[in-house]
Write a protein that binds this ligand. Structure first.
Ligand code: CTP
Length: 419
């Protein structure tokens, strides 16, 4: 049976109510970028500025990027009076305070509620994430450290600060984490009770490189984009992800534990090391099938003439995982990809059976808009019982979200791995 269906992909940020508290720090200008990014990701962002924040930026800055009213202390005593902070606090899915000054952290740690943001934080029942930003000495001061310890103990998620150039002109730990990374943290926190909560997944991505000599290697055109998107989609559903990455320059999705590998052999070792604790494996990596049998220790020189390079097969990682399943009784789900330039379904079905997979995503790499090194993909999902599901051309994040949804349904039947 073949059927087409259109898909609507949701990320954890979409249609979420996010309260963005902005406090007095020069990093306020980055908070406007963060508000913009959160809004573009589909969240409804209500910004609360402290008086000190307004020395750096205006409510209008935030209103212009969120399309919603930004609140200040005037609103605490305004027409909505006592209900505003309760309303904001109770309806929020996440309170994100970025930048969080030493003063605001001290207030939160001590339950002081003398401005709209602080009083709203007391009323909030949602997760709270703070991104401290201050001078290095203020951050390392025992008072700030004690306040952060109290907040962490209470379940507040503290992200950063990081090391770098500070407003004082000095270098040190005190810079706010960049907006794009804070967006990732917000996404992770909002996704953590998704359908893969408490599950651990191993995702491989990118191409492997097989050395010919110290400077040359056999590789492939894989960008790693699909695998990284799968890791992000798994985090979006609450999974803990080990991302085993071949050669790629992509940024690690926030929340993923990344293991960098180079060769097929290294990838196999990393996969087999992570598998015992995992509930599933997605092999999106483009693993080299052949490698030089005897890589040269020294650089091959021209004067030696055209080299003859003898190849040997690399380990088939999914085949090793299939054996591991039989030998150990490991019950996790395995998902493979089939990159084909002809006889897509026949070849994919053969791989599904040979590698004992729970699902295979077949993609026709001869199409210019799908597969290697482009942002879109068109895949067909094949299931062991014979079902075939054709997905339309989508971007790789959408493909990943659909695939993870399908995997979550399969994994729901599998007992949790408690190892
Ligand atoms: N794979 C693997 N180990 C390898 C090669 C591939 O685990 N040495 C995995 C890939 O990550 C993918 C699936 O097997 O999930 C199919 O990979 P593909 O390259 O399409 O097929 P191969 O098994 O390598 O067979 P062929 O190259 O002959 O099509």
């Amino acid at each position: 049976m073949v059927y087409n269906q259109s898909v609507a992909v949701k990320t954890p940020l979409q249609q979420k109510n996010i309260l963005l508290g902005v406090t007095g720090s020069i990093a306020c200008y980055k908070a406007a970028d963060l508000a913009s990014k959160l809004t573009q990701a589909g969240a409804q962002v209500d910004v609360l500025l402290t008086q000190a924040a307004q020395q750096f930026v205006t409510p209008l800055t935030f209103q212009s990027v969120t399309g919603r009213r930004a609140y200040t202390d005037v609103d605490l005593w305004g027409s909505e009076a006592h209900v505003l902070h309760i309303g904001l606090g109770k309806t929020a899915d996440l309170l994100l305070i970025a930048p969080a000054s030493a003063n605001t952290l001290a207030k939160l740690a001590n339950g002081i509620a003398d401005n709209l943001l602080a009083v709203t934080a007391l009323a909030a029942t949602c997760p709270i994430l703070v991104a401290p930003a201050m001078d290095g000495g203020m951050y390392t001061h025992p008072a700030t450290q004690a306040n952060l310890a109290v907040l962490r103990q209470r379940g507040v998620i503290v992200v950063g600060p990081v090391e770098g150039h500070l407003a004082s002109g000095m270098s040190g730990v005190g810079r706010m984490v960049e907006p794009v990374e804070l967006l990732g943290h917000a996404r992770r926190v909002l996704g953590r009770s998704g359908s893969l909560a408490g599950r651990r997944l191993v995702v491989t991505a990118g191409g492997t490189q097989e050395p010919i000599d110290p400077v040359r290697a056999i590789s492939n055109r894989s960008s790693g984009k699909q695998g990284f998107a799968l890791a992000q989609a798994a985090i979006d559903l609450g999974a803990k992800v080990t991302l085993i990455a071949g050669v790629t320059s992509l940024d690690t999705p926030v929340g993923a534990l990344r293991v960098d590998v180079r060769t097929a052999k290294e990838m196999q070792e990393a996969v087999l090391a992570a598998l015992p604790q995992a509930d599933g494996l997605i092999m999106a990596a483009a693993v080299a099938d052949f490698r030089p049998a005897a890589p040269e220790v020294h650089k091959i020189k021209k004067e030696g003439g055209v080299p003859q390079i003898r190849l040997e097969p690399t380990p088939d990682i999914l085949a090793a995982v299939a054996r591991y399943k039989i030998e150990t009784g490991w019950q996790g789900c395995t998902v493979g990809f089939a990159a084909e330039s002809r006889q897509l379904l026949e070849n994919a079905r053969q791989k599904l059976q040979a590698k004992k997979l729970d699902l295979i995503a077949a993609n026709d790499i001869s199409a210019s808009d799908a597969g290697f090194a482009v942002d879109t993909n068109r895949i067909v999902l094949l299931y062991p019982e014979g079902r075939v599901e054709e997905l339309p051309l989508m971007n790789k994040a959408e493909v990943a979200a659909v695939l993870l949804e399908r995997l979550a349904a399969i994994i729901a039947e599998v007992p949790r791995n408690t190892a």
